[in-house]
Design a protein around this ligand. Sequence first.
Ligand code: SAM
Length: 282
Amino acid sequence: MSLNINIPNITVGCEIGQCLPKARRLADLLGVKLISPLYSHGKVEVVLCEKGQVNQGYQLLVDDTGIALYPNDSRLHGPIRVDFNAGANSHRRKFGGGNGQAIAKAVGVSGAFLPSVLDLTAGLGGDAFVLASLGCEVRLFERNSIISCLLRDGIERATLASQDDYELRDVMRRLVFVEGDSIDALKQITEDDRPDIIYLDPMFPHRKKSAKVKKEMQAFQNIVGGDEDSGALLEHAVNSARYRVVVKRASNAEFLAGLKPTYSLTGKSTRFDIFALRKIPS
Ligand SMILES: C[S@@+](CC[C@H](N)C(=O)[O-])C[C@H]1O[C@@H](n2cnc3c(N)ncnc32)[C@H](O)[C@@H]1O
């Protein structure tokens, strides 16, 4: 597996005996250190930093509720984990407004059209989960190993929980996660398996740190970086989709790679830039 970790130090942690095998496998997979009082060769490592600075490292903590990403400095932000069957994702699935949502309009979902979607930039899977909740078949790609392990863990837990919830089960069946670079997948698409819609929401290149950037987004920026190759991703996407390419941006951001879309749907904080290739069936 290609390791794509930008941050100076990341470890796997585990304090519960029954989770130790899983934590060990994860540490091996990522090629990082396992730190656990239960692990005979492990030792707790203290990462020092200059006075006034914060420790920018992270730990993936494995426990009986799954995998969560913790900053070593707890003042930065709380744990980050993927929950599809609780919290904001679940609330939006049940009460989010269905096809009236801007993302549904952007990809063209309607009673007459339930597109197949390739999500080239899965992240923590929030957008893909919304699209699958609306009825789209979604194949989602994530290339960063840390983000992938959080996403895979969230998908596994939701799939398990969905055994008692047929609506959630249908949604989870529509999500197919692939760990890897979506550019490689686009290069192999044949005429027959062109997706109806291609969706992308790349990270912005690094800018000077703004106080307005949410703490969780800072973590994402530390771990993922700036997705500097997203212009190439858009070019490949426009050559591969059947009907549309949809790019999610901040509402005040410039167009990705300077390419002017056919039109945009602009909300308070988010904008969807739509590259219309063919008329959507109605
Ligand atoms: C801003 S996040 C996406 C957030 C996502 N829309 C959500 O709802 O959680 C961008 C993600 O795309 C991933 N990414 C960027 N380029 C990629 C590529 N070519 N292949 C796979 N993943 C990519 C990054 O690693 C990052 O995790």
